[in-house]
Unconditional design. Sequence first.
Lengths: 227, 224
Amino acid sequence: MKTPALELNSLARRYGDRVALVDVTVRLERGQTLAVLGANGAGKTTLLRVVAGLLRPHAGQARVLGSALPEEAWAMRGRVGYLGHDPLLYRELTGRENLRYHARLHGVALERVDRQLVAVGLERRGDEPVRDLSKGMVQRLAVARATLHDPQLLLLDEPRANLDPAATDALEPLIGRSSGRARVLVTHDVEGGLAEADVALGLRGGEQAFCRPAREVDITTARGLYS
Amino acid sequence: MIRTAAAILRKDLAIELRTKESVPAMTLFTVVVFVLFHFGLDRDSLDGELASGVLWVTLLLAAVIGVSRLFATEREQGGLDGLLLAPVDRTALWLAKATALFLYLTVLELVAVPAFAVLMLGPDLLPALPVLIPVLLLANVGLAAIGALVSALAVETRARELIVPLLLLPLVVPLLIASASVTEPVLRGSQQAEDLGRWLGLLSLYDVVFVLIAIAVFDFLLDD
């Protein structure tokens, strides 16, 4: 039996004296989607960065794809795709150069770069510097980067920001439910997030307001996180 | 690790070639300081201790500019996160950054040393080159090793422009003493450097020590 994609048990994280996350407990099976809901500053991005191994948890346990954090973070690196607010792309390099750089870091065959550019609809703009691309195109390129190494778990922070409906549909096989990957999806789209999630986590001021199957979450309760 | 370092270095050099943010700034700074010394000292030419001191202090101050900029793109464009997410040895980042800084310093010196000779140096430069070149290369290795380390230390701090010189300059004092001492006789016009072997040995030891320190601690610097 496969280990869960994500197991958090009483997870906490501080920034100095400020508590960013406290007592967060979540379990997500492989192939499932976790929607993380909450107002600005609720701790959503911090949660994503802890799960990605970019921040250390200060209390509690975190296991990602079976690896305990932070001790075994090395074992899950390269199996997680992270799409945060920052596209993690160099503005002076072209899209293709950026993807080739990340392919080398992840030990991915360079032929996959062309396939990723096609998959995000940027095959004709792949040789332009990232600084010359629109925000939507940069987001598409960031999706290509985050999925370049075929990760088992996707960590997505507002992945559809700056995307038009056509681009959203085009990226569905890479980061949508049909990708078959486990996903942690941070979103302010309460209805949309709940609709595509198996599990929903509500955060308020860093504390866990609820964590239960998405179908059992009352929409009014979820919207209440933002008031 | 070498393949990862090569990928990072290739990326860094491509960005530097397009933005021209580090090497031109370091070079311009060096030439301006030479001009300032030229007028400030009110002498047509320098030699010996004074020439050696002016050359090395100016090169070290120019190196501060390069060190301050070394992690700029990683900080400003999230490159560090991209690297930390990848299954790579983090020491490859230090190796790539140190190699980039070594190359920047070498390119800088290709312009700065002839400019120094034209603007300030009394004796002929050519006879000094057989001593000056190996000393410059050894000094560059040490500067690159420690510069990449200091730059990584300062990258997440708010006052990094202040922290880089405050950390770097005291650490390179042994390098300055050795380099200035060994080049002083040849910049006086002498054909032979005094105690050449001893000073080159000291520079080599300095390089080895800081390379080993950097390899040992760099991984921890990037940890949250």
